[in-house]
Design a protein around this ligand. Sequence first.
Ligand SMILES: NC(=O)c1ccc[n+]([C@@H]2O[C@H](COP(=O)([O-])OP(=O)(O)OC[C@H]3O[C@@H](n4cnc5c(N)ncnc54)[C@H](OP(=O)(O)O)[C@@H]3O)[C@@H](O)[C@H]2O)c1
Length: 321
Amino acid sequence: MTTAQHKIGSGFGATTTAAEAVAGADLTGKLAVVTGGYSGIGLETTRALAGAGAHVVVPARRRATAEEALAGIEHVEVDELDLGNLESVRAFAERFLATGRRIDLLIANAGIMACPETRVGPGWEAQFATNHLGHFALVNRLWPAVAEGARVVSLSSRGHHYSPIRWDDVQFETGYEKWAAYGQAKTANVLFAVQLDRLGAEQGVHAFALHPGGIMTPLQRHLPREEMVERGWIDEAGNFLVEFKTPEQGAATTVWAATSPQLAGLGGLYLEDCDVAELAPADAEGLASSGVRRYAVDREEAARLWTLSAQLTGVDAFARA
Ligand SMILES: NC(=O)c1ccc[n+]([C@@H]2O[C@H](COP(=O)([O-])OP(=O)(O)OC[C@H]3O[C@@H](n4cnc5c(N)ncnc54)[C@H](OP(=O)(O)O)[C@@H]3O)[C@@H](O)[C@H]2O)c1
C-alpha cells in the first residue's frame, strides 16, 4: 500500500498544548464550527481557536450547559444540535446556512464511547449513528457554506483499532459489543476524512482525522470503575496508573490539524501527537500503541462507507444531479 502516512517531523509532540499548536496563527475573520465544543477536548479546542481570533460556533446537545462552560470566552456562539437526531442536524444546518456565513474550520469533535446498547433514529446503533452518521449528515448539509481552502477535522481515536467497518452487520443486529461498536464508529471517522478529502479537492478543502491521545473527560462516563481498574488505567483507590494527557494537550492535534501551515497541500491523513501517524504494523492485533490501521485509510472502504452513509442519511452534497 502506497501511503502518505508518515511523520513529517512537526517539532510538536504528545505534550504540546492547544495554545502552543496555534501560537503564531491569526484566525481573525475566520469562522469555526466545533461540535461538542463545550466539554473535554472540544472545550479546549474552542478556547484555543477563539483565543487565536476565530469566531467559534458551538452547536450543543445541552445548550444551557454549553453556555455555562463557555461563559467568559469571547467570540463564541452556542446553538442547538443533537447528532443522534437527523432532524436536529437538518434544523441546525438550515439555521446556519440562513446566516449566509462561511465556515473555514469545521471540527467534528462530539462523540460517545462504549455506551450500553442504545438505538437511535430508525434503530441505528448509537455510536455509529452519533459519532459518524450525524457528522456525515452535518458536514454534507453545511457543505454549501464551507469556504474554499477550508479544513475539516474528524476526531477519531486509537480505539479504531478495535474494529473495521462490519459490512455484514453495521448496526450490530446480531449482538452488541460496546468496544467493537466504538471501534467501528472511530474507523468510520477516519474513512470519512479520507473520502471527504478526495471529494473536497476541487474546492481546495482538506480533511484530516486524528487520535487526540488518552484524556480523562466525561467521555468515560459509561465505563464502570472496575473496568478502568481492569484496564490498568487506575488503581483501586482511583490513582492514575497510566499517563493521561491534559485536555489542553488533548486538543493540540485538533488545533494543529485545523490551522497548521505544516499540513498545507496534505489531506486525507490520520494524525496523532501533532504529527502525521505511521501505519500500524500489518500484523498488529487488538489495540496497537500507535499508528493507523490500513483498513481505516483504505480508499475503497472510504468510498463504500460514503455510499452507505448517503443512503442511510439521505444526504450527499456531492451526489450527481
Ligand atoms: N478523551 C479521550 O481519551 C479520547 C480518546 C480518543 C478519542 N477521543 C474522541 O475525542 C472526542 C471528544 O471527546 P472528549 O473526551 O472531549 O469527550 P466529552 O468531554 O464527553 O465531550 C464529547 C462532547 O460530545 C457531545 N455529544 C455527545 N453526544 C452528542 C450528540 N448526540 N449530539 C451532539 N453532541 C453530542 C457531548 O455533549 P454532552 O456533554 O451534552 O453529552 C460533549 O460535548 C470524541 O469524538 C472522542 O471519541 C477522546
